[in-house]
Ligand binder design. Structure first.
Ligand code: DX5
Ligand code: ZN
Length: 223
């Protein structure tokens, strides 16, 4: 099992964002997770197009853009132009989700759907075959550094069953509260992608922490 590791720049130092992106470029990370918040869908505002464009200029890894905004369908072309390679919208903010997914794909991006901790996995039943990624929120979206919600393990299992039953290629991404202690259990439960903000950027050595996440399974076996 070779997990995809996606450091979340929400916890980066925006005063030296280029350096933090360079660190990710040189690290074992696979994607760069970018959290866009509008202060309406979630109770926080993060960053938008100018910051994404600046990140894209320096980034050597795909931008995994997680939209925590209302009416995400209005901005699909703009996020593509800003550099998104993977675009996830929230199911709770998307009344015409199937159409939005098609539009994301038509714009040449991988299509993801994010679901909040309270949203049942079964709500993905009729779109799971059409998407590339499910962003399973393991905290309530809006802030970095929150405590992991343990019920996520049940949802990973349910989602895995749905993916297999639907012959879907969707990857399972875990977003929120991922750390070096729960990474192994999350991967064993069926996660494919681990997002990590606080764990990476509050570490003394972020680069090494990314490697530890990347090698979670190897390390677990070695112990
Ligand atoms: C939360 C965001 C997450 C956040 C994760 O709303 O979607 O991507 O950056 O941060 P940590 O890893 O610190 O929980
Ligand atoms: Zn996120």
């Amino acid at each position: 099992m070779n997990p995809i590791i996606a450091p979340s720049i929400l916890s980066a130092d925006f005063g030296k964002l280029n350096e933090d992106i360079e660190m990710i470029n040189k690290s074992a990370a696979d994607w760069i997770h970018c959290d866009v918040m509008d202060g309406r869908f979630v109770p926080n505002i993060s960053f938008g197009f100018p910051v994404l464009k600046a990140v894209k200029k320096v980034a050597k890894k795909p931008l995994d853009v997680h939209l925590m905004i209302l009416e995400p369908e209005k901005y699909i072309a703009d996020f593509r132009n800003a550099g998104a390679d993977i675009l996830s919208v929230h199911i709770e903010a998307s009344p015409h989700l199937h159409r939005t997914i098609q539009q994301i794909k038509e714009h040449g991006m991988m299509a993801g759907v994010a679901i909040n901790p309270h949203t049942p996995v079964s709500q993905l039943e009729h779109v799971i075959a059409a998407i590339d990624l499910v962003c399973l929120m393991s905290v309530n979206p809006g802030f970095g550094g929150q405590k992991f919600i343990a019920n996520t393990y049940i949802k990973i299992k349910q989602l895995k069953d749905l993916i297999v039953a639907s012959n879907s290629k969707a990857k399972i991404e875990i977003d929120g509260g991922v750390d070096l202690r729960n990474a192994g259990a999350l991967l064993a439960a069926g996660a494919d992608v681990l997002v990590a903000g606080n764990t990476v950027f509050s570490a003394e050595n972020p680069d090494q922490t990314i490697s530890l996440l990347k090698n979670t399974v190897r390390n677990t076996i070695a112990v």
